[in-house]
Structures are given as structure tokens and as C-alpha cells.
Ligand binder design. Structure first.
Ligand code: TXA
Ligand code: MG
Length: 319
């Protein structure tokens, strides 16, 4: 049984002992180990069944700490750090050689982020090493936004989930890399493209394998429920094609009438994209437990966080 506890000191001891602790962040829960512990990092890949070519994000508590593992910070990265850290932004920066290759999948860059969660910031300040942490889910499945999600995923192999409540933002950080000095977006996430562009101007989005061979892990199927999922514009008419199936639907802000729908989830009655984002994964987790034949999700408005939601829903539909 995995212990779910808010004991920061205990979490620190387990991590210092080369073991894993799941940590809360404002985006999703992470599966953390000491970046300098080879055995700890190997346990992350083994428990998640994650391929070794997929690099991990390094989490630290302050910009001053960055000097320990990043060799160069472009000017626009400094602007983004000032604006969004602590927060849901990961930046891929040139690494110092002390960052182990296992963490970065052999790349000469490292993904770094200062999470905005009081519990995990306090934990990080209590440690004399940073934490590598991917999302705390088996490879390819929906990321966890509560300690219960994590404990349900990993009934063995994980000593402790550090309790931090439900994640406020609810989807992963936005990832920005730099090609020469120019920022490029590798993963849509909790901070919208528009918010990033307000700081550094227009940026290119390269969030798939073809566009960004440099950002491994941008797999087309990801964040997926076990139940077959569709993403469509008109949920009611699509649902009518499945008269004999148990259909669950995921909607933005409306309600629909259709007599063969077994379960309806609406993410934000008031049409608030931030609220919808925060509830997205918990709602997908829930729909996945309802013994449905199919889940039909509505396409969200394609701006702001709606773009990030559509990205995750599209990846959830892939086989
Ligand atoms: O919100 C988040 O970012 C969460 C929380 C726990 O911080 N973490 C997270 O980690 O989503 P993960 O491992 O599920 O996704 C990290 C992605 C990888 O798939 C990889 O593509 C990218 O970050 N990444 C990490 N280091 C990189 C690097 N050096 N170059 C390019 N991409 C990198
Ligand atoms: Mg992940």
C-alpha cells in the first residue's frame, strides 16, 4: 500500500534514500527522485514503464539554483522566468555536464521548472538536490491531478504520495525550448500561447514528433483513457450514430439532449476555460471508471487554454 501523507520531512528522507515520492504541483502530480541518484532515476522509468529516450523535467525552488545545472540562459528565457516562475512553465536550456545523461536522455539540454505549490516548494528547499519528476502516471495514460489518482495507479513500487490537494491548474506545464535565441513551443499546457506571446512575441509551435525531433516524448497517443474516445464538433449528432452503445460525453459549457447518452459531464457551465482545464483530467478519470463503451468529447474553442485542452483530447483519441 502506498502511504498518502503530508509529512514533508518523511518525503525528504525517502528521497535522500534513493527512493521515489509522488509530489503535488499546481499542474499535475509528479513522480520524483533525486536527479543525482542513478538508482532513483531508474526507478522512475521502471515504475512508469517509460522509454529511456524520453527526458525528465528537473524541478527546483529558485532561479538562483539554476546556475547549478544550466550553462546558459537566453535573454527571452530570463523574461519568461521572471514572468512565470514559480509556475507552469518548463524551459529547455543548455545543461551543465553534472546533470546525469539518464535524466536528459543523453541530450545536451535539460528541461527545468520551478513549480508553484507551497508543499513541494518547501520540500525542495529542504533538499540539497533537485528533483526529476515526470507526471505520476503509467506511460501514455491520463496524468493524475489528485493523490488518489496516483495511489490508484501505483499500488506497488511507490512508498509515498505527498498530499497537496487537487492540482489547481490541472494540465501539464507549457514547454518552451530555444533554437538559437528564439523561443519555440514544444508542448501546449497550463500557460496559453497568448500569455507566452505577450512576453516574447510570436512563437512557433512544434509540438509533434515531425516538427520537433528535438523534443522526444511528443507522442501522438498520450493522456488517454482506456475507453475509446472521440473528439467532435457536434456531440449530439455524432452520438446518434451509436444507438446501442453506452455513451458518455464531455462538454465545455452547454448541456445536450440525446436519448442514448448515459452520462454527461460539463466542465464549466459559465464557459470559463481555466475552470474547464482544471477539471479536465479528473473528469476523464471519472468517465473512464463508468463502464462506458465510448466517450465523445466536444471540441473546445481553439484559443487560450482551449487550444491546450484540444491538444490533450486529440491525443486521447489516438489508438
Ligand atoms: O507539469 C509538468 O510539466 C509535470 C509536473 C510533474 O511538473 N511534468 C511532466 O513531465 O509533465 P513529463 O515527463 O510527463 O513530460 C516532460 C516532457 C517530456 O515528454 C519531454 O518531451 C520534455 O518534457 N522534455 C524534458 N526535457 C527535455 C529536453 N531536454 N529536451 C526536449 N524536451 C524535453
Ligand atoms: Mg507525462
Amino acid at each position: 500500500m502506498t502511504l498518502v501523507s503530508n509529512d514533508i520531512q518523511k518525503a525528504a528522507e525517502i528521497l535522500a534514500n534513493n527512493e521515489l515520492v509522488a509530489i503535488p504541483t499546481e499542474t499535475v502530480y509528479g513522480l520524483a527522485a533525486n536527479i543525482f541518484s542513478e538508482s532513483g532515476i531508474k526507478k522512475i522509468f521502471a515504475l512508469k514503464q517509460r522509454p529511456l529516450f524520453n527526458p525528465l523535467i528537473v524541478h527546483t525552488h529558485s532561479i538562483e539554483e539554476l546556475d547549478k545545472f544550466v550553462s546558459y540562459i537566453p535573454n527571452k528565457a530570463k523574461l519568461l522566468a521572471e514572468k512565470f516562475w514559480p509556475g507552469s512553465l518548463t524551459m529547455v536550456l543548455p545543461k551543465k555536464s553534472d546533470v546525469p545523461d539518464l535524466v536528459t536522455a543523453g541530450k545536451d539540454t535539460v528541461g527545468v521548472r520551478i513549480p508553484n505549490h507551497t508543499v513541494t516548494l518547501e520540500l525542495l528547499r529542504n533538499l540539497d538536490f533537485p528533483l526529476a519528476a515526470p507526471s505520476a502516471n503509467p506511460f501514455g495514460s491520463i496524468s493524475p491531478t489528485t493523490s488518489t489518482h496516483v495511489a490508484n495507479y501505483f499500488k506497488e513500487g511507490l512508498q509515498m504520495v505527498l498530499e497537496g490537494g487537487a492540482c489547481q491548474n490541472g494540465i501539464e506545464s507549457t514547454i518552451i525550448g530555444f533554437e538559437n535565441e528564439t523561443p519555440v513551443l514544444y508542448r501546449l499546457g497550463s500557460i496559453s500561447v497568448e500569455e507566452i506571446e505577450a512576453v516574447v512575441g510570436d512563437i512557433a509551435i512544434k509540438n509533434n514528433k515531425e516538427a520537433a525531433p528535438d523534443a522526444p516524448g511528443m507522442l501522438s497517443r498520450h493522456y488517454a483513457p482506456d475507453t475509446t474516445t472521440y473528439l467532435v464538433n457536434d456531440v449530439a449528432s455524432f452520438a446518434s450514430q451509436f444507438p446501442n452503445k453506452k455513451v458518455g460525453v464531455l462538454l465545455f459549457n452547454q448541456n445536450i439532449e440525446a436519448n442514448n447518452i448515459k452520462h454527461i459531464e460539463t466542465l464549466s457551465i459559465s464557459g470559463n476555460l481555466k475552470e474547464a482545464t482544471a477539471k479536465l483530467y479528473a473528469t476523464l478519470h471519472k468517465l473512464d471508471t463508468l463502464d462506458l463503451d465510448i466517450i465523445i468529447a466536444e471540441k473546445f474553442p481553439d484559443y487560450g487554454l482551449g487550444k491546450s485542452i484540444n491538444d490533450r483530447l486529440l491525443r486521447a483519441t489516438k489508438k
